[in-house]
Structure formats: structure tokens, C-alpha cells
Design a protein around this ligand. Structure first.
Ligand code: UDP
Ligand code: MG
Length: 139
């Protein structure tokens, strides 16, 4: 079964949408392999988003991602990466389709409620960033 790494970002935690988002995860039949409520340090945010370090939004993004608690989960489903990305919608909530998580809950292009891995390979690395394999529950 394919895996993906999802994050409920600090804006959505602050706006009390964790429950809404977990509800969607359950309704869409993802298997939760692991879930953690945590807070990133600035250095951890920089490491997690290192692929974006040359982008103009990198500094602001890392500061935003370390400003408050987050909920991180490793999920499994058939086609989990694309399934989650379809469910969350476009990066900019102004462009996200009706009913998507970002359309419903995001504040802005930066504070856009949720993260999702963009490929199965990146999902593997992102899951390893937060979870030991032995901490994941399968089945
Ligand atoms: N982001 C931003 N400004 C931009 C593009 C992205 O602040 O112009 C932030 C936003 O929080 C986004 C994250 O950087 O979710 C990672 O960007 P990416 O292009 O990977 O978007 P995603 O895969 O999250 O849709
Ligand atoms: Mg991305």
C-alpha cells in the first residue's frame, strides 16, 4: 500500500481544524500508520523544507511552520500521495477546488492548512523525518 506524509500546519491547529481534517482522513478511508502532535524548531523546519531553500518564500515558510504546534501523520492508501493531494487542493486556497481541505480551512498561500508529500519517494523520506519505522502501526 502506498504511503504519504501529511501535516496539519500551525494555522489549522490554531484555528481548531485538527478534528475536521482527521474526520476527512477517516471518511476517505486512509489507514493511519502513525500520528504525532509536535512543534518544529526553526532548524527542523529548514531541514524539512530544504528542497525549497532557493525559493523566495523559504524564510517566511520556515518561520511560519515553526511558530506553533502541528499534527503530523503517516497515512497509507491505494495511490495515497495523489489521493491526499486531490483532497487538499491547490497550494493557493484561492485556486483550490470547492470542498478541498485548503479551500475550506486555509488562511493564505503560505498558511494553507496542510502539507502532503508530492511523490512516493519523497513520502518515504518525509515519513522517516518524523517516525521510526518501528513506531508505525500496520493493519
Ligand atoms: N508556499 C508559499 N508561497 C508560494 C509557494 C509555496 O508560501 O508561492 C508555501 C506553502 O505553505 C506551500 C509550501 O510553501 O504549501 C511548499 O510549497 P510547494 O510548492 O511544495 O506547495 P505544496 O506542495 O504544499 O502544495
Ligand atoms: Mg510540496
Amino acid at each position: 500500500m502506498e504511503r504519504t506524509l501529511i501535516i496539519v500546519k500551525p494555522d489549522a491547529v490554531r484555528n481548531r481544524h485538527m478534528g475536521d481534517i482527521i474526520k476527512r482522513i477517516e471518511q476517505e478511508n486512509f489507514t493511519i500508520l502513525g500520528i504525532r502532535y509536535t512543534k518544529l524548531s526553526l532548524d527542523q523546519a529548514r531541514e524539512f523544507y530544504a528542497v525549497h531553500k532557493e525559493r523566495p518564500f523559504y524564510g517566511s515558510l520556515c518561520s511560519f511552520m515553526s511558530q506553533g504546534p502541528i499534527l503530523v501523520a503517516a497515512l497509507a492508501a491505494e495511490g495515497a500521495v495523489q489521493k491526499w493531494r486531490t483532497l487538499i487542493g491547490a497550494t493557493d486556497p484561492a485556486e483550490a477546488a470547492d470542498g478541498t481541505i485548503r479551500k475550506l480551512f486555509a488562511e493564505s498561500k503560505e498558511a494553507n492548512a496542510v502539507h502532503g508529500s508530492d511523490s512516493p519517494e519523497n513520502a518515504k523520506n518525509e515519513i522517516a523525518f518524523f517516525f521510526k519505522e518501528s513506531d508505525l502501526v500496520s493493519g
